[in-house]
Design a protein around this ligand. Structure first.
Ligand SMILES: Cc1ncc(COP(=O)(O)O)c(C=O)c1O
Length: 382
């Protein structure tokens, strides 16, 4: 959306500006899908899967319709089912807890770190029960959760790790792309994400042959890729699945944009650095990252005392700030009847939800844009 369209002087996204600069490449990519052989629509998805798997250094990638369905499929592919418990966080989109419940499992909420808003790995062991089957850390705003620290715990207790990297395409930790320490990881391609399509989309990646096979089947009706011995022309359903692959048009757009991911991630990081430098002496609390973490920034999220007042002031000043996620997920009426386990023990998550403000980060922001945001915040948070 351009700033004129959104009505904001500093909008959350100026992706249309980037799309305009890439017009020829994008048109060339979608042309054969619209006007060529129908098979191209499937072929381009396969090419995106291969290119994305290489980008995040994983063996397999399965392109699906959204991050929401990707989380559900990843949990199912990891064997999560009725009666299981999955440890996750309460400061995420509803997709995270909903995916767990939709598998018939129960989310168990773990508190997060004040510094970077990701799961507090030191609190996880105390939440284990005989029913715990998986851990689901979230790389909120593109900040890598410390999944490496969860790995030994997962090994010790035979747990799977499903990483929600919906907002973290382009992020690294310990020198590896996000997802390196998980059994399965999802990355969203929704338009406001670091690698956005123009509709919905996501990728689920894994290094595990069995998880991949399950993911593929569940995404494509339950149809097996292995048709050995199956008479020519016959279907071969080996399970009941869904029909949720990424469509060819979105795949073509994401594939065209993928080579620019490193450059855009660096631009996001530069904007975050400008916010850091400009705001570090204000009363806002700014995020602090582990030295091994190289976040990307879906937004730059600060904490302030007067959330409502600061939000209103910045929006009135033409800055498209958002409150992701306020209220915290466990405070929504959807969970009134069946509260989420451990939701009463999340003091840091509670405080965050009441104080966070997400500042715009989009690679197209200019120095003048960030200076404008910083000046406005300095005015209100002296
Ligand atoms: C942390 C997180 N996980 C998952 C999702 C779901 O992704 P999608 O919008 O692609 O369904 C979102 C969406 O914003 C998110 O913020």
């Amino acid at each position: 959306m351009s700033s004129q369209q959104s009505g904001f002087r500093v909008p959350r996204s100026r992706a249309s500006q980037t799309h305009a600069a890439m017009r020829d490449e994008i048109e060339q990519a979608i042309e054969p899908i619209l006007f060529g052989n129908m098979a191209e629509s499937y072929a381009v998805r396969g090419r995106l899967e291969s290119a994305f798997a290489a980008e995040v250094k994983q063996k397999y990638a399965v392109a699906v319709h959204s991050g929401t369905i990707g989380l559900f499929l990843a949990l199912r592919a990891c064997g999560i089912t009725s009666g299981d418990e999955v440890i996750t966080v309460g400061n995420s989109d509803i997709s995270t807890t909903a995916a767990i419940r939709q598998c018939g499992a129960e989310p168990v909420l773990c508190d997060v770190l004040t510094d970077d808003y990701t799961i507090n790995t030191e609190l996880v062991e105390a939440l284990l029960s005989p029913r715990t089957r998986a851990l689901l850390p979230v790389d909120l705003y593109g900040h890598p959760a410390n999944v490496k620290a969860l790995r030994s715990l997962a090994q010790k207790h035979d747990l799977k790790i499903i990483e929600d990297a919906a907002l973290a395409t382009g992020a690294h930790d310990h020198g590896q792309p996000a997802g390196a320490f998980a059994d399965a990881t999802i990355f969203s391609f929704a338009p406001f994400k670091p690698l956005g399509s123009v509709g919905n989309g996501a990728m689920v990646v894994t290094n595990d042959d069995d998880i991949y096979e399950q993911l593929r089947r569940l995404t494509h009706y339950g149809h097996s890729a292995d048709t050995t011995g199956v008479p020519s022309g016959h279907q071969h359903y080996v399970g009941e699945g869904y029909n949720v692959p990424l469509d060819g048009l979105q795949a073509a757009i994401v594939l065209t944009k993928l080579p620019y991911l490193k450059k855009w991630t660096a631009q996001r990081q530069a904007i975050a650095q400008a916010y850091h430098d400009g705001l570090k002496d204000t009363s806002a609390r700014i995020p602090i990252f582990r030295p091994e973490a190289s976040p990307t920034f879906r937004s730059y999220t600060i904490c302030v005392e007067d959330q409502a007042g600061t939000y209103r002031y910045l929006r009135d000043a033409g800055i498209e700030v958002v409150l992701h996620y306020t209220p915290a997920i466990y405070k929504h009426i959807v969970y009134d009847q069946r509260p989420l386990i451990n939701e009463q023990n999340l003091p840091v998550t509670d405080r965050l939800a009441e104080s966070l403000i997400c500042l715009p980060v989009t690679p197209e922001l200019t120095k003048e844009d960030t200076r404008y945001v910083i000046n406005k915040i300095c005015n209100i948070l002296k």
